[in-house]
Design a protein around this ligand. Structure first.
Ligand SMILES: *Cc1c(COP(=O)(O)O)cnc(C)c1O
Length: 250
């Protein structure tokens, strides 16, 4: 086994253990929590190493880098190098409207929808031969001026308009709270997200049937996020190691 494979497997093992311990601590079923391996800035070889260790969900932030990687992995799947059952790709970065077509054509999930126009374009541009694109609305839960994401009070209106679109499926909410190291301070915005998600589902009533996903928690706060009801944690550094500076594209 290469040293990259060893490092990625050890990272995945540690993160899965953290998820398991955090779930047990609050009597949650670990199976209800999905690990999204955030592979941005790492190569197709790192994704392949994780896939060999059983990881299925991958998250990417930069469109061109991601599409190159997705095509490389698909080519490997075609040769039988990895299971053709396939990897599930999540777009988690800020979206420029001129990139929606590539996102709609290559990804399975998008976590960072925060404007009606983006949802409309993704629905229009989703190829008819693919299943509906899974969408999450990104909420600016810490109220930071520079962050992307909707203000919490705008979530219900955007959710209703997304549910009416034909080629996308609204699955829930996503947030990137302001970084905090103190666990008690980490939990406050995560708890607000949980409350917002519960309120949205009750407001939507029967239209909320597909809303099963609360995407929150990263390398530094996944325990707090699981305690507050996260169903999907997005983890990069704790699996793949520290990232080099991001590429210039996007
Ligand atoms: C990079 C990134 C992550 C992963 O962050 P780590 O701290 O490396 O775990 C999670 N979510 C989003 C939206 C990201 O951009």
């Amino acid at each position: 086994m290469s040293s990259l494979e060893q490092q990625v497997q050890a990272g995945l093992r540690q993160v899965n253990e953290r998820i398991s311990t955090a779930a047990q601590a609050v009597s949650r079923d670990q199976a209800a929590i999905t690990l999204l391996a955030v592979s941005k800035t790492f190569g197709a070889d790192a994704v392949l190493a994780a896939a060999h260790a059983g990881q299925r969900h991958f998250g990417e932030n930069y469109v061109q880098e991601a599409v190159d990687k997705i095509l490389a992995l698909r080519a490997l799947a075609a040769t039988g190098e990895i299971s053709a059952a396939g990897l599930i790709w999540h777009f988690i970065g800020p979206i420029q409207s001129n990139k929606t077509r590539q996102i709609a054509e290559h990804f399975d999930w998008v976590h960072s929808v925060d404007r009606p126009k983006l949802a409309h374009r993704l629905s229009e541009q989703r190829p008819p031969k693919l299943p509906a694109l899974n969408l999450l609305l990104q909420v600016n839960i810490s109220g930071e001026a520079t962050k992307s994401g909707l203000p919490p009070e705008a979530v219900t209106a955007l959710a209703r308009s997304v549910i009416a679109l034909p080629r996308v499926r609204l699955r829930g909410l996503m947030a990137i709270p302001e970084p905090e190291t103190d666990p008690a301070r980490q939990r406050a915005p995560l708890a607000r997200m949980r409350a917002l998600f519960d309120r949205l589902r009750s407001e939507l009533g029967p239209d909320a049937a597909d809303l099963d996903t609360l995407s929150m928690g990263m390398s530094a706060d996944l325990e707090a996020a699981i305690a507050e009801g996260s169903t999907l944690v997005r983890v990069g550094t704790a699996i793949f190691g520290a990232r080099a500076p991001k590429p210039l594209e996007t």
